[in-house]
Design a binder for this molecule. Structure first.
Ligand code: FES
Ligand SMILES: [Fe+2]
Length: 393
């Protein structure tokens, strides 16, 4: 890998990745593998952007909690007594143990180590045997709080109290998804996230990428959604999400041996929506694969330059899970998807080796990679803005 120097020339060189896809080149390989760059990226992206942590439906009742993590920061989401969703750091303000793990329901969040006890709003309401600690005022102690916003049933948090709202920047994707009624779509709480040894952008770019559809995944399972049927809507420069429609070779297609959707369809879809998939991204944490009968969501949890975790789950139309043989039908889809996902993961694993090489390129794009250019534009705005701010500071 070439030595990384964070300077004006390096950040100016990003310009060529955010122009028209037919002129653009890829971003510098170092930004996918350098810990120094990841430290910069935390400030440029993760400390100020909306990060997806859960579905609202995973914490329906007062006292329900669900834990997550982004950039190594443990987060607990709680449904408070008023019904509002609170997002807090789960780091105990005594000596750093985590006050919640996994998910559950509780009257208070009690740290298992020494039983400091926090209300569902994060206030310290109990601290055993602290009566002799001079100047110790439990009323001043609170779990650090984060901003919360919900969109389409997904809960996002923001570490930045002054962050502008997310929703206005998602207008185009919101409209594209309207008929799927995501807010009321149903699905179980997913398994805990899985660890992967590569950069979060490698994963998000793969989730974006229609160019590889009938190359890497060539074969009867995937060919129903060919790369050349990609359509990229024109999006505003400040969009907070981007997406592509991918036409299917026939109506109500799916990734399974029958090439037909097996689950009940989302009921309000237009004819066009029965004839395409939608691949959507809300960087830096949410990817969606939208089919006429089901939506796969992936939450990316960046951990370091070379590690991420991913939460993966599914949503279907209200009531669909009650249909006869739902589990059996879903299982057919899941089996087929596993084959496709294994091909993707193999690429994700080898790419960082390539990107560390002295021969790693700043390559060129096919028109079918317009979504990569969209991610570049989103990133470059933030990288360059933060670099200028840090220099001026
Ligand atoms: S670390 Fe939580 S009570 Fe001690
Ligand atoms: Fe793929």
């Amino acid at each position: 890998m070439k030595r990384l120097v964070l300077d004006d020339a390096f950040f100016d060189s990003f310009d060529s990745s955010a122009v028209d896809v037919n002129e653009a080149q890829t971003l510098p390989p170092a930004i996918y593998v350098s810990e120094e760059f990841f430290e910069f990226e935390k400030e440029a992206v993760f400390n100020h952007e909306w990060l997806c942590v859960a579905r609202e439906s995973w914490i329906p009742d007062p006292g329900d909690f669900y834990t997550s993590i982004h950039i190594g920061e443990p987060i607990v989401l709680v449904r408070s007594d008023t019904g509002a969703i609170k997002a807090m750091s789960s780091v105990c303000q005594h000596r750093g143990m985590l006050v919640a793990e996994g998910h559950g329901n509780a009257r208070n969040l009690i740290c298992p180590y020494h039983h400091w006890t926090y209300s569902l709003d994060g206030d310290l309401v109990g601290a055993p045997a602290m009566n002799k600690a001079r100047g110790f005022d439990p009323r001043c102690i609170k779990l650090p709080q984060f901003k919360v916003e919900t969109w389409n049933g997904f809960v996002f948090i923001n570490f930045d109290d002054d962050a502008p709202p997310l929703k206005p920047r998602l207008a185009a994707l919101t409209e594209a998804l309207a008929n799927f009624e995501l807010e009321i779509a149903e699905g179980p709480r997913p398994d805990p996230p899985t660890k992967f040894p590569w950069n979060w952008k490698v994963m998000m770019e793969n989730n974006n990428d229609g160019y590889h559809a009938n190359k890497l995944h060539a074969g009867p399972l995937h060919d129903v959604v060919p790369s050349h049927m990609s359509v990229f809507p024109t999006l505003p420069a400040d969009t907070g999400a981007y997406f592509r429609f991918n036409g299917t070779r026939h109506r109500d297609a799916s990734f399974n041996p029958m090439h037909k959707s097996l689950l009940p369809h989302f009921p309000k879809l237009s004819e066009a929506e029965h004839n395409r998939f939608l691949f959507g991204q809300v960087p830096p944490t949410l990817s969606l694969v939208v089919r006429p009968d089901q939506i796969t969501y992936m939450f990316l949890h960046a951990m370091s330059a070379t590690d991420l975790m991913m939460t993966r789950g599914w949503l279907v139309a209200p009531g669909a899970t009650k249909e006869p043989l739902f589990a059996e039908r879903l299982n057919i889809d899941m089996q087929s998807t596993r084959t496709i996902v294994a091909q993707d993961l193999h690429v994700d694993e080898l790419i960082p080796i390539g990107l560390r090489s002295r021969f790693a390129p700043r390559g060129r794009y096919s028109w079918q990679e317009e979504s990569q250019r969209e991610l570049n534009r989103w990133l470059v705005q933030r990288y360059q803005r933060t670099w200028r701010k840090m220099k001026g500071a």
